[in-house]
Design a protein around this ligand. Structure first.
Ligand code: ADP
Length: 437
């Protein structure tokens, strides 16, 4: 039966008033009122005991039957309990569904709490990363994933880029991990099996490397015959000579293209080994000497500036190739009388090698795509200048292998600056003078 509290209070007030009135009529008003109040307090205490017994479960699951204010209180609490029960049931259902859907995901989902302990994971994460329930729950994530790369990545706190590691369960599987912070410093980590994509990447790399390699032999034969024929150019009619010269120049272009493709494949496929301390002064002086004839031919000024004698830990041949591509581009894409400057300096602990020109510049929308293979801003101009469209792709790969970044700034008609930023761990400290350090 539903009761309301106004009625409860008015019943109580009316009873007390009635009692007081009756007492006043028979001449014992105060005494009767006192007896009534004591009786009410005793009854209320009894109701409180019943309430306590009901709430702690010893008085049964149904609310005690009562009337007046206590009836209202019992009903109110019972209502509240029913509502809470309903919403708990609904929440449990939602949680079960969320867990079921996360569990059905083919990507791994891992929840890590603010203490960096494993809180929850779905079955895909268990399979990819080898977590076992229940023993791995609440363990430090870095005790479970011991790959040094992951430990460094997790501690670093910069999760803007995903990390790829080998699965601790099966070294054949490549897992990509992407961490997002949420809630109160908790971590949500997504784990994705990238083995198939890696396999396809490898097939693509092998294909390019094999095709380039296979093309090289017939091309060398064709070039050989062309050179031999061109040696007897006096015997050849003018038109034939023209055609053959064009054929030779195109064969030469193809040769450069194949060499660049093979070089890129090597950069992608061969694990770096045998790195050494590479002094930059002789390397960049050599590059300046190489490009100077072309710069002189265009009346350009070419300068090289550096503080002290910095050196990098790396692969000399690769660094030569990257820097000479950048220097060559500066000269190629700068008009007559322009200025080219190569500068080496330190900034925030990193070593920067900068190639600045006052050339044609590049529109902003092209900048993010420049390091893609065969991407050219102006195809005809690039081909005319002997470019293959692979130079900056080579630069990017070489820098990747040296943990370095390429920063490109450019303004059409004003010039471009290509800056290679090498992290502190790549700098050979003995080679850096105190003033620059
Ligand atoms: P390419 O062999 O065509 O020079 P790259 O990969 O070296 O190929 O360069 C890609 C494109 O970037 C070039 O085609 C050119 O349009 C542009 N580029 C590169 N360096 C410069 C530069 N210093 N100034 C202006 N444009 C440049």
């Amino acid at each position: 039966m539903r009761r309301n509290w106004q009625q409860g209070i008015s019943n109580l007030a009316l009873s007390m008033l009635g009692l007081a009135l009756f007492g006043w009529i028979i001449g014992v008003g105060m005494q009767l009122l006192l007896i009534g109040l004591i009786g009410y307090v005793a009854w209320s205490s009894y109701q409180m005991v019943r309430l306590h017994q009901w709430l702690d479960g010893t008085g049964g699951s149904e609310p005690p039957e009562s009337h007046g204010m206590w009836g209202v209180i019992f009903d109110g609490i019972h209502d509240l309990q029913r509502k809470q029960k309903k919403s708990r049931k609904r929440l449990r259902k939602v949680l079960r569904r969320v867990q079921q859907s996360l569990g059905a995901l083919r990507d791994g989902v891992v929840m890590i709490d603010s203490n960096r302990c494993l809180e929850w994971w779905n079955s895909a994460a268990g399979e990819l990363l080898g977590f076992r329930a229940p023993q791995d729950a609440n363990q430090y994530i870095t005790n479970l994933l011991r790959d040094p790369q992951f430990i460094e990545y997790f501690a670093g706190g910069d999760y803007s880029e995903p990390l790829e590691i080998r699965s601790p369960v099966n070294r054949e599987i490549v897992v990509q991990l992407q961490i997002t912070r949420y809630g109160k410093n908790d971590y949500l980590m997504l784990a994705r099996d990238m083995s198939r994509i890696h396999q396809l990447e490898q097939v693509r790399r092998d294909f390019v490397a094999n095709v380039s390699h296979e093309l090289k032999t017939p091309l060398t034969v064709i070039r050989g015959y062309l050179e031999t024929l061109l040696e007897q150019k006096d015997d050849l009619p003018g038109r034939t000579l023209e055609c053959m010269a064009a054929m030779e120049s195109q064969a030469m272009r193809m040769h450069t293209l194949i060499d660049d493709l093979l070089y890129l494949s090597r950069l992608e496929n061969v694990k770096g080994n045998g790195h050494s301390s590479v002094p930059l002064r002789p390397l960049l002086e050599r590059i300046s000497r190489d490009v100077r004839p072309l710069a002189d031919g265009k009346n350009q000024s070419l300068s090289l500036e550096m503080e002290g004698d910095p050196a990098l830990t790396g692969y000399e041949g690769e660094l030569y190739s990257a820097f000479s591509n950048l220097a060559m581009n500066s000269v190629k894409y700068t008009g007559k009388g322009g200025q080219i400057s190569i500068r080496v300096f330190q900034q925030d602990g990193s070593l920067l090698v900068e190639f600045r020109d006052t050339g044609i510049g590049i529109e902003y929308e092209h900048l993010c795509r420049l390091t893609e293979r065969f991407y050219r801003v102006d195809k005809s101009r690039s081909v005319a200048s002997g470019g293959t469209g692979l130079g900056l792709a080579i630069v990017k790969h070489v820098l990747l292998r040296h943990n370095a970044d390429l920063d490109i700034r450019s303004e059409p008609g004003v010039g471009s600056t290509f800056t290679c930023r090498f992290p502190p761990q790549r700098i050979v400290q003995d080679a850096v003078p105190d003033s620059a350090a």
